[in-house]
Design a protein around this ligand. Structure first.
Ligand code: CA
Length: 248
């Protein structure tokens, strides 16, 4: 009888939580960055693109480059290591270039304003051999008063890449500041020398989740010890990647 009672309580809890999850925005947990993977057009050139879907290109210098398009650039093998698809972003022909994108967070206000919304941000950041050109991304949260809280990933220099051409993964999970209504995503490419900006970026990712993740709650209530594993299904951390996007 006791067991039946416990089961009924658990079932009620699960049904309630499923009900909550249904009320959540459809994109909860999904990547909200448009064209964060540089795959939304077929440019694939070393030169700057006039238009990159999803992004405002402040100096029109940022290039969408095809993996393996030139011998010294990141290869198809690099792409296979990081699931990079056909193309990546490069700083291009301008010394310092920027991509910018705004993401509306108002669909998530109920959770953000309770302090229970967290974000997961990640990306692959790279460069060429011993050149210190680097790309980094700032995630800047804005509220109605334009007060800002900012986080940054990337800026991987040649030392961090062991002097190899390729990409290094970085990720970050934090609570979204209470009151945030908008996110500004700014990708900066900084050239340190030479005649081409070899700061690279690919697979830029930003998602919103609730703390703790509803799926984990259901599993905990159901008594499954696997809950912890499921709730950390986001992305591998750098320490889990043996050779993070760097080929010989
Ligand atoms: Ca890509």
């Amino acid at each position: 009888m006791k067991l039946l009672k416990k089961f009924a309580v658990c079932l009620f809890g699960c049904i309630s939580l499923v009900g909550i999850s249904h009320a959540m925005p459809a994109k909860m947990g999904q990547n909200l960055i448009v064209n964060g993977n540089a795959e939304s057009d077929g440019i694939g050139s070393r030169h700057g693109a006039d238009v990159i879907p999803g992004w405002v290109t402040q100096q029109q210098g940022v290039a969408v480059v095809a993996y393996g398009s030139q011998a010294h650039l990141p290869s198809i093998q690099h792409s296979q290591q990081i699931h990079g698809g056909r193309q990546f972003f490069a700083g291009g022909t301008m010394k310092d270039t920027v991509l910018e994108q705004f993401i509306d967070l108002s669909d998530y206000s109920s959770w953000i304003d309770q302090g229970i919304a967290r974000f997961v941000a990640s990306g692959w950041f790279g460069g060429l051999l011993d050149k210190n050109d680097a790309a980094g991304v700032s995630f800047t949260f804005l509220n109605a008063q334009q007060d800002i809280v900012s986080y940054r990933l990337g800026d991987i220099d040649a030392f961090a890449r062991h002097g190899k051409t390729g990409f290094v993964f970085q990720d970050l999970t934090e609570l979204i500041p209470i009151g945030a209504t908008q996110l500004m995503v700014t990708v900066g490419f900084n050239q340190m020398g030479g005649d081409y900006n070899h700061g690279y970026a690919d697979n830029l990712f930003f998602s919103v989740n609730v703390v703790p993740a509803p799926a984990s709650w259901v599993l905990v209530l159901s008594g499954f010890l696997a809950a912890a594993a499921l709730s950390t299904q986001y992305r591998p951390s750098p320490s889990q990647i043996k050779e993070p996007g760097l080929v010989g």
